[in-house]
Design a protein around this ligand. Structure first.
Ligand SMILES: NC(=O)C1=CN([C@@H]2O[C@H](COP(=O)(O)OP(=O)(O)OC[C@H]3O[C@@H](n4cnc5c(N)ncnc54)[C@H](OP(=O)(O)O)[C@@H]3O)[C@@H](O)[C@H]2O)C=CC1
Ligand SMILES: CC(=O)[C@@H](O)[C@H](O)COP(=O)(O)O
Ligand SMILES: [Mn+2]
Length: 388
């Protein structure tokens, strides 16, 4: 069996590092062709020394300064900037591109990979939130396959197992509820960054962890599911499931429900995206039903988690509304993590920006980038006026 050449865009992040762990466990199946990061030069160099990729890329050329000789010693060619990311995403030798950057910055490299007809293991949900229609239409044209890495969407993909979407009654996305699931709005208003970053079940990057705490993450995932599985938003439900053992479910027309269960370990959906239709013999913690004893499910509270409601609204409206939702949320979370604004201000910034945005279609990349920039201007202005 020939090894698959893997490119990881965002290799220094949580998903990137988990992907490298999967690759390391199966050296006979996978070869690291290229690694890309934003600015974490030290970790990228460490990864280059270990995995000997042919290419390494950083977003800023100056991040390589002083490191050139050390990277050259690993035998890799240095790429940089947006062009570097695009080159890596679309190179002939790549079999699978793992899109694991965080944020809207993932859109253009993801489009490059899909345009080149690559198999894409997609973790970067923001690219579908802001460009779902465009990305899926390009994939249809080029034949690029997109395998979801996001745990819920991997679960839905596994539950569907190739069944026609006409058979779907509902898709049920599970949500842990995050660290503040039982807090009142007043209690959440001044929630500390340390507490917001303390996810009950998953160890992830900072941005998605704060999104889980506001439940924006689940709103983004509703939009992601709408595009990945091409279903009406009305058919996408969210259920709070504190244990994060059931990763999502599909209820079919005949009342049968398929669920995918497993330990909360991202190596499972990552490995499936890399190996489909096969399954790898991963060494992960196994679920013991007798240890768990109880799996609980309840309805989400849209009053205490208004960003989930806005996520649904964006899934219905699409276009400029989804783009602005994502852009405003990215800036608000960044400001919260920098301790510029309170936790409760995140949703105020997002809803404030959405009030100012006109509803428009976003079918082209230019349109998406236009609304993204405008929403960022509005959000920055609002953050400046909200600063605590
Ligand atoms: N972590 C998880 O378990 C899950 C994550 N996801 C999704 O996967 C994506 C990645 O999440 P996660 O791994 O947690 O994020 P991290 O913050 O841990 O990692 C982000 C990665 O992207 C790189 N990066 C950051 N900004 C840019 C940029 N502007 N241009 C190019 N590269 C950039 C970072 O490089 P550097 O280190 O140099 O800054 C890093 O390699 C997100 O979209 C998230 O929603 C989905 C499900 C689960
Ligand atoms: C691991 C993963 O896919 C995350 O998106 C996770 O689901 C976040 O947990 P929440 O359910 O708390 O948003
Ligand atoms: Mn998820």
């Amino acid at each position: 069996m020939s090894r698959k050449n893997i490119v990881i865009l965002g290799s220094t992040g949580s998903i990137g590092q988990n992907t490298l762990q999967v690759i390391e466990a199966f050296p006979e199946r996978f070869n690291v062709l290229g690694l890309a990061a934003a600015k974490n030069t030290e970790l990228l160099l460490e990864q280059a020394r270990k995995f000997r990729p042919k290419y390494c890329c950083l977003m800023f050329e100056e991040s390589f300064r002083g490191y050139e000789a050390q990277f050259k010693e690993t035998g890799c060619e240095l790429l940089w900037g947006k062009e570097g990311y695009k080159t890596l995403a679309s190179m002939n030798e790549a079999d699978i591109v793992v899109s694991s950057m965080v944020g809207a910055a993932g859109l253009i490299p993801t489009i490059s990979a899909v345009e080149a007809g690559k198999t894409v293991a997609l973790a970067n949900k923001e690219s579908l939130v802001i460009g779902g229609e465009l990305v899926m239409s390009i994939a249809k044209r080029t034949g690029a396959q997109i395998f979801p890495v996001d745990s819920e969407h991997s679960a839905v993909f596994q539950c569907l197992n190739g069944e026609d979407k006409a058979k779907i009654h509902n898709i049920i996305l599970t949500a842990s509820g995050g660290p503040f699931w039982d807090r009142s709005l007043e209690e959440m208003e001044n929630a500390r960054v340390e507490d917001a970053l303390n996810h009950p079940n998953w160890s992830m990057g900072a941005k998605i962890t704060v999104d889980s705490a506001t439940m924006m993450n689940k709103g983004l995932e509703v939009i992601e599911a709408r595009w990945l599985f091409d279903v009406d938003v009305e058919k996408i439900k969210v259920l709070i499931h504190r244990q994060s053992i059931v990763h999502s479910m599909v209820e079919f027309k005949d009342g049968a429900i398929m669920a995918q269960l497993g330990s909360p370990d991202m190596r499972i959906p990552i490995a499936y995206a890399l190996s489909w239709p096969e399954r790898l013999a991963l060494e992960v913690k196994r679920v013991s039903f007798t240890d768990i004893a109880r799996l609980t499910f309840e309805q989400p509270d849209f009053e205490r988690f208004p960003l989930l409601r806005l996520g649904y609204e964006a899934a219905k409206r699409g276009g400029s509304y989804s783009v602005a939702l994502n852009a405003a949320n990215e800036l608000a979370v960044e400001a919260y993590l920098a301790r510029r604004i309170r936790f409760g201000a995140i949703q105020k910034v997002v809803s404030g920006v959405l009030e100012k945005i006109e509803q428009r279609d976003c079918k082209s990349l230019d349109e998406i980038l236009y609304w993204d920039s405008l929403a960022r201007l509005y959000a920055e202005d609002m953050i400046g006026r909200t600063e605590s």
